[in-house]
Design a protein around this ligand. Structure first.
Ligand code: OGA
Ligand code: MN
Length: 276
């Protein structure tokens, strides 16, 4: 029996128990899809999936995106991005520092990710390496009317050109990603609700705005989003599959002691629409 228990005081972030994603079951999928749209972020507990199981379940939400970092994809399963600090022959097998700042996935693409599904296969024994999530629908709703009017029609330029801790994108990868501009406020195509759409380090500036003004406005917005009532801090358990809706949430990977602990996860990414 599937149960959905909200873990935050608002409708944001819920825990789903009683699911077995190895089963390709329409009723189970319908219940999870409803929870995903209602809550923005869900954690489906206690999973033990193969890569094929995860890909099959993820595909039910839409076509999967293949991440630009081809060296960090699971061999034989390019739909899976390895978020991992495991090493082989002295080299990381995946991306140990995925998103250590507030962001939303693939915002630098024309059609950013609808959602990402991150499956925890191994988590640090000391309980570190949380992921923080921010409810951008509630954050938008809580803005003053003046601010909502000010944001109306503004667009931000998103570019993926930063370095990771252990490598940078190569020239060819960067050439494939010229960046895109997207509205700062988008309307969720399925729920019809408005949400702030920011990108942290990947959101470089507000299009057509003086630089100082752009920096100040973005800082105001990030500051506004830092309120505890919008944020949920997820503590991972082995077997968690966390599914976040990139259209109405941001997330932030917290550091952990990666010399001492292994954190090994498989991520699938569902492609979305052009934000509007
Ligand atoms: C990601 C990401 C968060 C984490 O995979 O897109 O941001 O805590 N991961 O690893
Ligand atoms: Mn991310």
């Amino acid at each position: 029996m599937i149960q959905v228990n909200p873990l935050s005081d608002t409708n944001f972030f819920a825990e789903v128990t009683g699911a077995d994603l190895k089963r390709d079951d329409d009723e189970q999928f319908a219940a999870i899809k409803a929870a995903h749209l209602k809550h923005g972020v869900i954690v489906i507990r206690g999973q033990s999936m193969t890569p094929d199981d995860q890909i099959r379940f993820s595909r039910r939400f839409g076509p999967l995106a293949i991440h630009v970092l081809e060296d960090q994809l699971l061999e034989g399963h390019p739909e899976i991005l390895l978020v991992s600090n495991k090493t082989e022959d002295g080299r990381y097998v995946g991306l140990p520092d995925a998103g250590r700042f507030w962001h939303t996935d693939q915002s630098y693409e024309e059609k950013p990710a609808l959602g990402s599904l991150l499956f925890a296969i191994e988590v640090p024994a000391d309980g570190s390496g949380d992921t923080w999530f921010c409810d951008m629908t509630s954050a938008y709703d809580a803005l003053t009317d003046d601010m909502k009017t000010r944001l109306d029609g503004l667009r931000g330029k998103h570019i993926y050109n930063h370095s990771h801790e252990n490598f940078s994108l190569n020239g060819e990868q960067q050439d494939r990603l010229p960046g895109y501009d997207h509205p700062l406020v988008r309307t969720h195509p399925e729920t019809g609700r408005k949400a702030l759409y920011l990108g942290g380090k990947l959101l470089k500036f507000i299009v057509g705005m003086d630089e100082t003004e752009s920096v100040m406005l973005l800082n105001d917005l990030y500051g506004h989003c830092q309120d505890d009532r919008f944020i949920y801090k997820h503590k991972w358990r082995q077997g968690d599959l966390v599914f976040w809706d990139n259209r109405c949430t941001m997330h932030y990977a917290q550091p952990y002691d990666d010399k001492r602990y292994t954190r090994h996860m498989h991520r699938t990414t569902v492609q979305g629409d052009r934000p509007a």
